[in-house]
Design a protein around this ligand. Structure first.
Ligand code: ADP
Ligand code: MG
Length: 478
């Protein structure tokens, strides 16, 4: 798993095959077609692809031929780019595995210097507009991620002593939310075609504030809503901080979640586009974006406010969040920044986690955390070394204790939240000085053995480390 999920997505788009619409994703694992209608996915590993071409006179399509001679035709935008990128992915696969099969799609393709194919050692993440990505650097998991794969690089260099010219690294100022706002005013000109048929996309204004396109902004980025050519709504996250480490981590996370399939419904699959959007101010550089399903719903804090009189709904939500954290932990993931605005309750009542900037996945084992999460949901001793799949345990306890307490005593919400969108009823200061905390005192007075047990666990955990294994999210469920 570690080896496989080190790889990244090279390209993704809306596509169709045999009249079936869906999403086509090319990663270092292979080509995956996911039909929109929920039909079975179609997956072709790179090693089983024997040819890639463009077929058809009037209606041109991407033709993938597998080792058994089966031909699969895909209608995709940007055909030539798809063909080239797929060929290149196969070439990378062969280079990294030291495997140059006779029957390869790349058999007749001389390996030549190409400006858009960067050498493995290149740590570039953002290149000038018009180029099409940095798949080799992404495949190595290296592009500025701090995730080093020295063995793979060495292998690739040995197999292919190629003298490629890397695109220049962008070292200038990173766009602001205002810059991206302008880009969404001229969406079709601003988005890279690698995202799909963007000339048929529409930017959707924020209904609550129609003079703006931006829906929400946080520490690292701004969220916009688009309607794509498939009629679906997507969230586009644009990054406002020049944190290449965080941006590039997304390609590994995306790949990991893709491999998980739909087994963890609380997580949202997304596509990471290293060269997604350009701005008026810096028109010759594409900046990275995430494209993900748009979740219609409310944040955890909004949900509590609107359900404050529904004790059962609030308490059940606490259980469901604890359960969701347990499921993540069981597959080696931690969200890393569970908080009142990174948890969305969708219109069907399902818990969904957004904002994976601080996520931990097994690929990051041994690394340092790149952010520390919202302090009002974190153990006060959390630091950059606090980084494992147990990262969410403390937050899950804070959320569960808060929701069970509010469910039994709704007054606590008004008294200790006071319309603060950044916390529930407990804050960092309560964790630092529990003996002086009014909120902890009030929770302690609730006559419930469940809240008593949760509160005892919280107090105990404060004198333990932030990754203390005494908090098992599954056992927080009441
Ligand atoms: N897929 C999505 N669908 C709908 N709203 C979203 C989605 N992703 C994020 N949001 C909203 O946008 C806000 C900011 O996004 P987030 O990824 O948390 O940015 P930041 O890293 O800057 O905090 C979130 O708190 C959430 O309310
Ligand atoms: Mg956030």
């Amino acid at each position: 798993m570690a080896q496989r999920s080190r790889y990244s997505i090279f390209k993704g788009t809306s596509a169709s095959t045999s009249g079936n619409r869906g999403t086509l994703v090319l990663s270092a694992n292979g080509i995956l077609f996911t039909p929109d209608n929920g039909d079975k996915q179609l997956f072709l590993p790179l090693e089983k692809i024997s040819a890639v071409s463009i077929e058809g006179k009037l209606l041109k399509r991407l033709c993938i031929v597998d080792n058994s001679g089966r031909r699969i035709l895909f209608s995709v935008p940007d055909l030539e780019d798809w063909r080239q990128t797929t060929e290149m992915a196969i070439r990378i696969y062969e280079a990294l595995s030291g495997n140059m099969p006779q029957n390869s799609a790349t058999n007749n393709i001389p390996i030549q210097p190409q400006a858009k194919h960067n050498p493995v050692s290149q740590s570039l993440t953002t290149s000038p507009a018009g180029s099409t990505g940095n798949p080799i650097a992404m495949a190595s998991g290296r592009a500025g991620t701090g995730v080093s794969t020295p063995n793979l690089q060495a292998t690739a260099r040995k197999s292919h002593p190629i003298n490629r010219t890397p695109p220049p690294v962008y070292n200038g100022q990173w766009p602001s939310g205002q810059d991206y706002e302008q880009s969404f005013q001229t969406l079709k000109l601003s988005l890279n075609q690698s995202l799909g048929q963007v000339d048929r996309w529409e930017a959707i204004r924020n209904q609550k504030n129609p003079s703006w396109y931006v829906y929400a902004s946080g520490n690292y980025g701004s969220i916009y809503k688009v309607k794509a050519d498939d009629g679906k709504y997507y969230a586009i996250k644009c990054f406002t901080k020049k944190s290449l480490t965080i941006n590039q981590r997304y390609s590994l996370i995306s790949d990991f979640l893709l491999n998980l399939g739909s087994s963890i419904p609380y997580l949202i699959h997304f596509s990471y586009f290293p060269e997604g959007i350009k701005t008026r101010k810096i028109p010759d550089v594409y900046f990275p974006v995430l494209k993900m399903e748009w979740i219609d719903g409310v944040t955890l804090n909004q949900y509590i406010s609107t359900h404050i009189d529904d004790s059962r709904a609030i308490r059940s939500l606490g259980n469901r969040i604890a359960d969701a954290v347990a499921k993540l932990q069981a597959v080696g993931i931690a969200h890393g920044d569970l908080s009142g605005d990174n948890i969305i309750i969708d219109n069907k009542g399902n818990v969904r986690f957004v904002d994976y900037d601080g996520m931990y996945i097994p690929d990051f084992k041994g690394q340092k955390a790149t952010e520390l999460g919202h302090a009002d949901f974190q153990h006060p001793a959390r630091n950059a070394d606090t980084y494992s799949e147990r990262l969410d345990s403390f937050s899950a306890l804070v959320i569960q204790l808060s929701l069970q307490s509010i469910g039994l005593k709704p007054d606590l919400w008004k008294k200790f939240n006071g319309n603060d969108p950044d916390c529930l009823i407990l804050r960092k200061s309560d964790f630092l000085r529990p003996n002086e905390s009014e909120a902890i005192d009030a929770i302690g007075k609730i006559r419930s053995k469940h809240t008593r047990k949760l509160l005892d666990l919280l107090i105990q955990s404060l004198s333990r480390g932030p990754l203390w294994d005494g908090i098992d999210p599954a056992s927080l469920v009441i």
